[in-house]
Each structure stands twice: as C-alpha cells, then as structure tokens.
Design a protein around this ligand. Structure first.
Ligand SMILES: [Mg+2]
Length: 485
C-alpha cells in the first residue's frame, strides 16, 4: 500500500531522446507485439476502447503542456544572474508571506509553492527572494501559447502555465504524438527562452494527459497509452489525481479507499456512489481512458441563493444581513467553481398585511415582488460584490406604496443571483493585470475561502453577517465541488 509517500513513477523520460522518435531511450509504452495485443484485447473487452486503433500503434487524443516552476523560470530567463541559483518568488518582501513559486534549485532544498518565507530561508541558505511581477508572467504566457500554436492549435488555456491541445488525424499515433511533444518543448525553449522548461503529457483524454504531464518533472514527456494505463495509475497516490485534495482523500479513506489500486477496482456505479455526484462517474471514465466530449464552454451559467425569512427576521435590517449571507455563499461557490460574475441580481418579496387582497406567494404569504440587476465587470471578490449588492439594496422600494397603500417594510423573501458567469480559463489572463490592491484582495479571499471550506462557512465573514448567522444555513458541501483541473 502506498502510504503518504509519493514515489516517482518509473517512466522513461522522452524529453532527452534524439530527433528521431525511434532514437533515444525506450518509450514509456509497451512495444508492439503479441503481449500488447492481448492487453488491447483485454482493454477492449473491458470497454476501454477510446483511442484504441485497429493498427498496431496506440493513439492519443490530447497533448497537455505544463511549464515547470513557471514564475521562477521566467525570473531566471529575464535575469540571467539568477540562473542556476535557488530562487523563491514571493508576493511581497516579508518573512510571514509564502513562496508562490520556487526554482528547481530551491525545490532541491524542499522549498515549494506555499512554503512560508521564514521556513524557506532556513531550509535553503542562500535563497534569493524575488518579488512577483505578474505583468511579465502574462507576457511570457502569451509567447508560450504562440510557440505551442506554431506546432498545433491550443484547444484550451487552463491556467497561466497550462494548456491542452486536442490531437487530430495524423497527430494521434503514438510516435507522431511523441514527436509533436518534443517539438512543442523545443519550440518553447527556442522561441520563448532556454530556461523555460515544460512537461508534456499525452493521453486519450485531457484529464489523463494532465496526469501524464505531472509524472516526469522537470522537462518530462510521458505518453499514457491505454495498454499501460492501469499499471501506470497504480503507481500514483490518490492525491496525485487532479481534483483530489486533502478533504476528498480523507473522505475516500473513511469509505475504505486508500490506494489507487482500491479506487481502480471500483466499477462505474460504485465510483458514482462513492462521490455521491456525477464527478465520481466522470472520474471513473477518465481513469479508464475514455474521452467523452466535455465542451470547452461547459460551465455553470449562474448561481442563485434565496431564503424565506422566519417571521422574526422580517425587518429591513435583518433581511439585509440575510442578503449579505446569501451573497457570501454565492461568492464562495463562484470562487470554488473558478468562475467570475458579470451580473448581480437582488430579489425581494414583501409581505403584505394579512387580510388584504394581494397576490399570495407559493409560500402562502401575501406578496409583492421586486427585483433589480446590475452589470459588473468580471469579478469574484467580496468587496466588489458587496458594493454592488449595497447599491441594489439602496434602490429597493421603501415606505408606502402609492398604489395599494402597503408598506415595504416587511421583506419575507430574499434572493441573490450572480449571472453571466465566466470561467477562470477565459478570465485568467486579466487576473494579473489588476492593481496590487486587487491582487492582494484575491490572495486574501483565497485564504478566507480555504479557512471557510475547512472550518465551516462563517469562520471568516463580514461583520454584517452576524445577524444572519443562523438564518440561512449552509447546504452546499463545498468539498464536493471538484476542481476541474
Ligand atoms: Mg506548472
């Protein structure tokens, strides 16, 4: 059983092989022959036929590019005096902050993304700290995308240093795909800079291709063909899978799944039950190599939360606190889903005096509804969202209604809506262009969300929410929202 430790998978690294796909070390795939054929038959019998070819050469569908130690490598590229030295990139010069990237040389001393600066200095004497310069990283990002696109089209930009390309036709057979992988890596070095090293993963679906890109670092080139898939995955730990963090791992352990072997032994239905969501079945299909069509534009389009107020909560002050809490919940889901909102809406239902002839809501309360929306520039931070909600709240009707004489002082229903959502991959290029203020806000929010996810929703929240603490209980299990790499 693999316990905690993470042994490096033993795969041939194709990066260093020669120009010819046939030269260099043995590729990390089974060689054509009767044995592989029988494995293919087994795989086919098990329904794992995605990417399998009637020809001898296995085929791949995705090429995944991941830059290694990206921010630190860019710094070493721009400042040659840093090359070959341990470098830690930090958001600001303070011992209490943490490294957001570490060069290979610093990693050799155990410094990682997230290592507190004071610890990093202790672990790695001579560590050179460099303040992050996001505008340069974005500039290099565009140059890397261009370099990759000079070899094949980029299907999806997944983060500042990760992109996925769908392989087509003649690019798909193993040897051609490996050749393309080498070309992409070389093109990045030639056109962007020699210190920029990347790892390329090839597989039958994007999820496995990302896993493959993680198997050899730095400078890897790994093909996860179907015939070696079960063996290769068995060498990993659960935490090596994108989307499985410490919480999910703990939950899986509690349900008796501790190793990849145990996870892979499940059938699709069991995997679905284990997660209690479509994510379990998806993961099962991915881990078995299937490439189902996951539209590049598939993402949540809106997030809404609403709450019917208990009678004692039907005052403007308490209703406002509830609106605040609903927004906080929606914003956390927004960020957990890697989404940005372009529109915010507020809906209020007002309770009318009993006995008066007014429409009755589905909750049996006499009602008059009001709602309003505001357009936002893409955002996901509490400060911007709360400011927008405050404006909406201020525009609600108050006092007496001229038409039927009812007062708008008894809100009984509150709904908050975030709409026109944009996923990270379409937004992330603007993410780093913000002011320093916006950047530190983003970092602060990430920390707040982590704490809230870990210890419960209201661990850290704006003070105005205190009244609403018990009014709108959290029903969303944030840990079940997968990170879709
Ligand atoms: Mg990377």
């Amino acid at each position: 059983m693999a316990s905690g430790s993470n042994p490096a998978p033993k795969f041939a690294n194709h990066a260093e092989s020669g120009d010819s796909p046939l030269a260099g070390p043995e590729p990390a795939v089974a060689t054509p022959g009767p044995e592989r054929d029988s494995k293919q038959d087994q795989a086919q019998a098990a329904g794992l036929n995605a990417g399998l070819s009637p020809r001898l050469s296995p085929e791949l569908n995705w090429l995944f590019v991941d830059l290694n130690s990206y921010f630190a490598s860019v710094e070493q590229e721009v400042r040659p005096e840093l090359r070959g030295k341990p470098v830690g990139v930090v958001p600001m010069m303070a011992d209490t902050t943490c490294c957001i990237a570490a060069s290979y040389e610093a990693k050799a001393h155990g410094v990682r993304t997230g290592t507190i600066v004071a610890d990093a200095k202790r672990m790695c004497p001579g560590l050179i700290l460099v303040e992050a310069r996001h505008e340069i990283y974005v500039d290099y990002h565009h140059r890397i995308v261009e370099a990759v696109e000079s070899c094949l089209p980029v299907t999806a930009v997944l983060s500042i240093d990760e992109m996925a390309c769908r392989l087509m036709g003649r690019e798909r057979p193993l040897l051609a795909a490996l050749e393309l992988g080498r070309k992409v890596k070389a093109r990045i070095r030639e056109r962007v800079g020699p210190t920029l090293r990347s790892s390329v993963g090839l597989a039958t679906n994007r999820y496995l291709a990302k896993i493959a890109s993680d198997m050899e670092k730095p400078d890897g080139l790994v093909a996860l063909t179907l015939d070696i898939l079960p063996e290769a995955l068995r060498l990993l730990t659960l935490r090596d899978l994108p989307g499985i963090g410490s919480r999910t791992e703990k939950r899986l352990n509690e349900k008796g799944i501790r190793t990849m072997e145990e996870l892979l032994a499940l059938d699709c239905e069991q995997a679905g039950q284990l997660w209690g969501s479509v994510w379990g079945e998806r993961l099962w299909h991915w881990l078995h190599g299937q490439d189902f069509d996951m539209s590049e534009t598939e993402h949540l389009k809106s997030i809404s939360h609403s709450h019917v107020l208990a009678p004692e909560m039907r005052t403007p002050e308490k209703a406002w606190a509830v609106a605040h809490k609903l927004l906080h919940k929606a914003a956390m889901r927004l960020r957990a889903g890697g989404l940005w909102a372009s529109r915010i809406g507020l809906a209020i239902g007002f309770a009318g005096p009993r006995g008066q002839k007014v429409p009755v809501s589905t909750f049996g309360v006499p009602t008059k509804g009001w709602k309003a929306e505001l357009k936002l520039s893409e955002c996901q931070d509490n400060q911007t969202l709360i400011a927008a909600l405050t404006r909406l709240w201020a525009s609600r009707p108050t006092g007496k209604d001229g038409q039927d004489g009812r007062e708008f002082d008894q809100p009984y229903f509150i709904g908050v809506h975030l709409g026109e959502l944009v996923p990270d991959r379409l937004h992330s290029l603007n993410l780093f262009e913000g002011t320093e203020d916006a950047q530190s806000r983003t970092k602060l929010l990430a920390v707040m969300d982590q704490l809230n996810n870990k210890y419960g929703m209201s661990t850290l929240a704006p003070a105005t929410m205190l009244t609403a603490y018990k009014a709108a209980p959290t029903r969303i299990a944030f840990h079940s929202i997968p990170d879709l790499f």
